[in-house]
Write a protein that binds this ligand. Structure first.
Ligand SMILES: C[S@@+](CC[C@H](N)C(=O)[O-])C[C@H]1O[C@@H](n2cnc3c(N)ncnc32)[C@H](O)[C@@H]1O
Length: 287
């Protein structure tokens, strides 16, 4: 049986936690669902489904705003807990200054990128774990940003960020940049993979990509764009968070290995948990 992304499962199941009178969270209608999940129609069976509740406790809780149009995610650095007992991520931690919170509009109508995906949350979590020193003043480019979550987290950590996606997503990305008052440090741009790097896209020190391996015709386009952005000899750092869903995904890695080598990021305290859910965080190096 095909499994739902936990991020989407949360959209369906999490009740607003802080205020019992708050309206119900926005729900995807069945058309939206089929639009999204048809992409994953041939997902592999995943025997790890039984461990999803553990992963859900790792991912930030999605708290809905009173007007039901946006969600709030809070990412906390893991100071306590172990891989088997994840530290809690709550807005209370934000109140005492230890978590980073992001307000996001989510809307499935412009396409699958309009909602928050598990790999995006996991990559965001890792950036928070690494802290401001890894991003301060760096030029950060996110590919396939969707709602803009990962890039917005990078901007909140003092990166100079450009979040990119296809035209239908630009509106929601701009709304999310505004919601988080980041227009000074987070630029929004259209960037279709496989096309020449658009004018105005800053040369990146760091490239971020989360959950961008899901549509086979786009595999060579994404590899091309990664190559264009990291010419041989460049020192650009690429963080690539990937969820294995389909057997066809290995074709992407077959193409990628002609141009890049990669290593799994080992210093993420949450790695043990999300790897059981077939999510991997990789660092890519141009060869
Ligand atoms: C599964 S969503 C992930 C969104 C976001 N990174 C996250 O983790 O929540 C994949 C994203 O890749 C974008 N995308 C797909 N094909 C693309 C292409 N050819 N050029 C640019 N972006 C593309 C989609 O629009 C979508 O926003």
């Amino acid at each position: 049986m095909a499994s739902l992304s936990p991020a989407i499962a949360l959209l369906h199941t999490k009740a607003p936690s802080s205020n019992s009178n708050a309206p119900l969270p926005p729900q995807l209608d069945s058309d939206d669902e089929s639009k999204i999940f048809n992409v994953y129609a041939d997902e592999v069976d995943d025997p790890r489904d039984t461990q999803r509740s553990e992963l859900i406790s790792l991912l930030p809780e999605q708290v809905y705003s009173p007007d039901s149009k946006s969600i709030r995610l809070a990412f906390a650095p893991r100071r306590t807990g172990s891989a088997t007992q994840p530290a809690a991520h709550t807005l209370d931690q934000h109140a005492n200054g230890s978590a980073l919170s992001v307000e996001l509009c989510v809307d499935a109508s412009p396409g699958c990128g309009g909602i928050v995906w598990q790999a995006g949350q996991i990559l965001s979590n890792y950036l928070v774990h690494k802290g401001r020193d890894s991003l301060r003043g760096k030029s950060v480019l996110e590919l396939g940003s969707g709602t803009g979550l990962v890039g917005i987290v990078a901007a909140k950590l003092d990166g100079k960020v450009c979040i990119t996606d296809q035209a239908p997503l630009l509106d929601i990305m701009r709304r999310n940049v505004d919601l988080n008052e980041l227009s000074h440090s987070c630029q929004v741009a259209e960037f279709n993979w496989g096309e020449p790097i658009p004018e105005g896209i800053p040369t990146p020190d760091i490239i971020l990509a989360a959950d961008c391996v899901y549509f086979e015709p786009a595999f060579p386009l994404l590899v091309q764009t990664l190559c264009d952005l990291s010419p041989k000899g460049s020192k650009v750092e690429i963080l690539f968070c990937y969820k294995k869903r389909r057997k066809a995904d290995k074709r992407f890695f077959g193409m990628l290995k002609k141009k890049f080598r990669w290593e799994e990021v080992m210093d993420d305290p949450c790695r043990e948990i999300y790897s059981r859910d077939a999510v991997t965080l990789l660092q890519l190096y141009r060869i």
